[in-house]
Design a protein around this ligand. Structure first.
Ligand code: UD1
Length: 429
């Protein structure tokens, strides 16, 4: 299994190109199931999760072609990919595939809306809490689907097409908002989704669906209205820049010090996180090419955060922020409200010398003046990258094991960081 070796202590200086967002690309790829025409997506990141979803969609009959890559970039960076679901050959998503990536459960919406049936495995256990699918089931039932849960599978049927309805999400869910919005595009009459997720990835998906002929208004607000249409066509659409990757590198610079331009990043996608990073003492400015992050000399100020649905501080940056706070000049409080059990990085950060105590869903981080490198590992994507950030600032050598977590969500991580002066390399085997 590959590992990442880091020798910490260098400030980061230079440019980091920000990739297309994984969490936008996945639902957009799934949207290709809604049409027999070709959906072309630009700026699709080259990530293990994307490759896995290509295989899963292939199982349903989706063909794809890779049309090219961004100019002047080497192979392995974001690409333009065309997806064609002319013939849906299978409406079952088996456990072997869904259990590898939770987001693949989302095929249930488009398959049901387009073909009138879908049999999708429950995603199974997950490292960051139980993550149930009750909202998907309730919501699809509200649109008229017959649903049974049988032998670990959700079996959904809508023989006479889905029917629009008003559905109030009892809890904000990004995935359930994606799925109900996609399903409602092909339903009879109008659907109104209340208490919908407002994440930029929802807006990106709605824009793509509208380019395909859907009639969606209100995406990005808590109320989304979808006027169903008979069919959707193909379209060409661009994946937004990854706000979690942006925030992660911004926090890395805030921790190591230095001066980095995050090329192609959009501040409006993560304003609350940028405000927090600025309060820690980093200087953040928007430039023509992206976002510039600097920290020179000044210490890291402690800041309290609470994770919240967008536009609040994202749960997907919580672990990285904790990494940054381990070296603050004081005490900070980090509260996780979205997922239970999302503190697996705490023990590993402690191996680097961090002082963190947990009390329920809150972590109290007592800043230390230095961290010391050590071998570490993590059990999820964002937790792993928090260890990379901490390793970049720690004295001596840190080895991050289980790199496959990083490969799920960070495109060319070690290349991007080493170009900015970090000593970081992948060790194969
Ligand atoms: C998406 C993101 C993930 C991010 C999360 C929250 C992708 C591929 N993943 O995950 O990176 O951390 O949003 O911003 O985009 N819930 C239920 N019942 C359901 C569905 C969800 O109780 O049927 C709960 C979850 O357990 C969690 C909360 O709702 O406590 C929010 O989860 P949700 O927004 O659905 O997360 P994902 O869409 O899975």
């Amino acid at each position: 299994m590959d590992r990442i070796r880091i020798v910490g202590g260098n400030p980061l200086t230079g440019n980091i190109p920000i990739s297309g967002a994984k969490n936008a690309a996945l639902p957009l790829m799934i949207a290709s199931l809604l049409t027999d025409d070709t959906l072309t997506l630009e700026n699709v990141p080259h990530l293990a999760d994307v490759e896995q979803l290509i295989r899963i969609l292939g199982n349903h009959g989706v063909d794809y072609t890779v049309n090219g890559r961004r100019e002047r970039q080497s192979e392995g960076y974001s690409r333009t990919i065309s997806f064609s679901a002319r013939n849906i050959v299978d409406t079952t998503a088996p456990y072997e595939l869904v259990s590898k990536m939770r987001a693949s459960f989302w095929v249930i919406g488009p398959l049901l809306a387009r073909t009138g049936e879908a049999k999708v495995s429950l995603p199974g256990g997950c490292a960051i809490g139980t993550r149930p699918v009750d909202l998907f089931i309730d919501g699809l039932q509200a649109l008229g689907a017959d649903i049974d849960v049988d032998n670990g599978y959700v079996v959904a049927k809508a023989k006479n097409r889905l029917t629009g309805n008003r559905y109030v999400f009892p809890k904000v869910s990004v995935g359930a908002t994606h799925v109900l919005m996609m399903a409602a595009t092909l339903a009879r009459s109008e659907t109104v989704l209340e208490n919908a997720a407002r994440e930029p990835e929802v807006v990106n998906l709605a824009e793509c669906l509208n380019a395909m002929g859907a009639r969606i208004t209100g995406a990005g607000t808590p109320t989304i209205t979808i006027e169903g249409v008979d069919s959707l066509s193909g379209a060409r659409h661009r994946v937004i820049p990854d706000r979690i990757e942006t925030g992660t590198y911004a926090m890395a610079v805030a921790m190591t010090g230095g001066d980095v331009i995050l090329e192609g990043a959009r501040a409006d996608l993560l304003q609350s996180a940028l405000d927090v990073i600025a309060r820690t003492g980093a200087e953040i400015t928007e430039t023509n090419s992206g976002i510039r992050v600097m920290r020179n000399g000044a210490g890291i100020a402690p800041v309290d955060v609470v994770t919240e649905p967008f536009p609040g501080f994202p749960t997907d940056l919580q672990a990285q922020f904790m990494g940054l706070m381990t070296m603050s000049k004081g005490k900070s409080k980090i509260t996780e409200t979205i997922f239970e059990n999302r503190f697996m990085h705490v023990q590993e950060l402690a191996r680097l010398g961090a002082h963190i105590t947990l009390s329920g869903q809150t972590a109290i981080v007592e800043g230390v003046s230095k961290l010391k490198g050590a071998p570490v590992m993590a059990t999820d994507l964002r937790a792993s990258v928090s260890l990379v950030i901490a390793g970049l600032a720690a004295e001596g050598e840190t080895t991050v094991n289980r790199v496959y977590h990083l490969d799920r969500g960070f495109e060319r991580l070690e290349e991007k960081l080493s170009r900015c002066g970090a000593v970081i390399e992948r060790i194969s085997g």
